[in-house]
Ligand binder design. Structure first.
Ligand code: BJW
Ligand code: ZN
Length: 271
């Protein structure tokens, strides 16, 4: 990716001060400093699998046991992680200025760390690790159990040489509703699946009316989220990107702040 010099922070802060509607669109990079691996790049593997190859309906159909091991591991990691300075700067910004500006956080992350940091007006585009959906009756429930079922206790180790546990389907998490008993799956949007239309609609509405957008810690390659900020920039919203490195979308944006967002965001969002 081409290099780009960091922009003038003081100038961006003036723009942000004048904004009436602000959207913060985040990706895996914001949780990296909390110890949660990103999807692409070195940390994006679990065992011998690229994380994105397990986040598919085909992988779940082929081996619900393997996919549940993967998500059990991710639930346990995220439950132990703490929101970092980036998450906190966003939550603090909303609590200071949320009554004078409309501030919306749209996250692609499923780790729940924005909410745990205190963000209120939050749209979780790709679902949440701590929600399940019944494959039969479709009921969505919050589930914070650890482990989520007995058979997954001590499973999910990420090392490349670990062999899958091949847990029988009957021992994986199941719906407790009378007359259902369907297999549960993580309430997460996998590749090739449509986003929840109501969630997508809320996100698109916020994107279409904001005057400033901060794009934080996302590689901007996964659709539809990848087109949100470029579209906002194209209609005249001011967009600032916070990332360790430029992305395919960087040339579309007005501002670019290079570095760990746990350092750059508190500077951008402070008074
Ligand atoms: C730091 C940092 C620090 C690190 N500080 N920065 C149009 C064109 C082409 C394809 C498609 C298209 N429309 C749809 C598709 C198909 C597909 C898609 O986009 N494919 C692309 C890969 C090409 N999209 C879908 O299937 C979506 N469904 C859909 O659109 O349905 C309709 C449809 C289907 C098929 C065809 C056409 C239409 C659903 C997408 C669901 C994404 N799900 C996942 C996994 C589930 C969640 C989970 O298990 O956790 O969501 S994929 C994965 O990628 C995850 C993430 O939310 C998502 C985005 O990744 P993110 O957050 O950007 O992370 P990384 O790792 O890529 O980047 C981290 C960044 O942080 C890097 O830039 C680092 O530099 C940076 N960073 N540390 C600041 N400290
Ligand atoms: Zn059910």
């Amino acid at each position: 990716m081409a290099t780009r010099q960091s922009s003038d922070m003081a100038k961006f802060k003036e723009t942000l001060k004048a904004a009436k509607e602000v959207v913060i669109l985040s990706g895996a990079g914001i949780s990296a400093e909390s110890g949660i691996p990103t999807f692409r790049g070195a940390g994006g593997f679990w065992r011998k699998y690229q994380a994105s190859s397990l986040a598919t309906p085909e992988a779940f159909r082929h081996s619900p046991s393997l996919v549940w091991e993967f998500y059990h591991y991710r639930r346990e990691v995220a439950a132990k992680a703490q929101p970092n300075q980036g998450h906190k700067a966003i939550a603090d910004y909303e609590s200071r200025l949320g009554s004078e500006k409309k501030i919306t956080v749209i996250t692609q992350n499923v780790d729940g760390l924005h909410a745990r940091a205190g963000t209120k007006n939050l749209i979780e585009l790709h679902g949440n690790l701590y929600k399940t959906r019944c494959t039969k009756c479709k009921e969505v429930l919050v589930n914070n159990d650890s482990p989520i079922c007995e058979a997954l206790a001590g499973r999910g180790a990420p090392d490349a040489n670990v062999v899958g546990s091949d847990i029988p389907v009957k021992s994986l998490p199941h719906c407790k509703k009378t007359n259902c008993g369907g297999l549960l799956r993580p309430h997460i949007v996998w590749f090739g699946e449509s986003l929840d239309p109501a969630v997508l609609d809320k996100a698109e509405t916020a994107m279409s009316t904001c005057d400033v957008c901060l794009v934080v810690g996302t590689s901007s390659v996964v659709y539809p989220a990848a087109m949100f900020a470029p579209q906002a920039a194209a209609r005249g919203a001011i967009v600032a990107e916070f990332n360790l490195e430029p992305t395919p979308a960087t040339p579309d944006f007005h501002y670019y702040f290079e570095g760990p967002c746990g350092t750059t965001l508190p500077k951008a969002l402070s008074d």
